[in-house]
Design a protein around this ligand. Sequence first.
Ligand code: XIL
Length: 333
Amino acid sequence: QDTLRGLAEEAGIEFGVAVNADLLAKNGKYRNIVNTQYSSVTAENVMKWEAINPAPGVYDWAAAEALIANAEANGQVVRGHTLVWHNQLPTWLTTGHFSAEELRAILENHVRTVAEHFAGDIQQWDVVNEIFNDDAAGSFRETLWYQAYEELGLPGEQYVADVFRWAHEADSAALLFYNDYNLEFTGPKSNAAYAFVQELLADDVPIQGVGFQGHLDTQYGFPDLQSNLQRFADQGIEVALTEVDVRTFVTQKPNGTYTNTPADAAEGAQQVDYWARTLEACLAVEACNSFTAWGVSDANSWIPGWFTGQGAGLIFDLHSNPKPQYEALREVL
Ligand code: XIL
C-alpha cells in the first residue's frame, strides 16, 4: 500500500483532504483520488453555515450527508468544518438586524442542532474558526458573536467557551478543535492563541485540539512549525494540520491570465520543500493526529480565486497528475 493513506496509516496519522461535494458526486476521477489516497475528509464548503442553514429554521443536510456516506463507505474519518465562523454566513443572518440576545440564541441553536445532527459521524469538529486578528496585539476578531456578547455585558470572547460547551453536550465523542490560520509559526497571533487555549483549559472548557490551517506561501519563510506545534501539544491537547496548501506566484500569459507554473523555479522547489517540512513537523509531534490538504488538485484549489497571481498550491496538477510535492510527501511518510 503506497498510497498516501496507506503510508500515513503505518506512520500513525490520518492523511486528509478538503472535498468539493459537487466534484465528489459528479467526477469519477476526482472521487477515485479522494477515496484511494486519503483516510480523512473535510467538507470544503457544505457544512458551513450558509450552506447548511440557508434560511431561518431550514437545514439542508443532503450534501454533507452524501459526503459522509461516501467517507464511511471508504473507511475514512470526517473532520467537521465548521460550526462557528465569521465568513460564509447566510444573508438572513447577517442582514437580519437581530438583537444581541437573539444572536446568542441563534448561535446556541445552530451549534447544538448541527453537532447533534452529525453526532457519531464526525471524528473532529472545527468548533470555532479564525477567532483571532493578525495584528501585533494578538487581539480577538470582533465578529458578530463577539459584539453580541459585549452588548450583553459579557466579555466578547466568552462566546468561544460557550460554543465548545454546547458542542460537547451535543456530541461528546467528537474531538473539539479551535482552528485558525497564521498559527503555524510563533508570533503575536500564535502566542495569543496559546494563552487563550491555556485559559480555556483552566476553565474546564471541553477543547481537545488546535487546528493549524497551514495556508503557506513561499514568500513568507518557514521558521519554527515543529516547536510551535509541540508547545501547544504540551498543553495536553491534540494538534492537526487542517488546510495545507503552499502557494507561490505563477507566470502570467500575454493575455493577462495566469498559468499554473511557478514564476520562479527556486520558489517552485521551495513549495515542495515546505510541503515535506510541514508533514515532517506533524510526524515529529506525537499529538499531531492528522494532516489535511486543502483540495485535491490545482484545478480545484481556492488559491487562484483569492490570491491574485498566485497558485500551484496543491499536490496534484491541473490534470490530476501527481506533482513532485506528492512524491516528497510519500518519501516523508
Ligand atoms: C474556502 C473554500 O476553499 C472556498 O471554496 C470558499 O469559497 C471560501 O472558503 N480558511 C478556511 C476555509 O477555514 O473554510 C476556507 O475555505 C479557506 C480559508
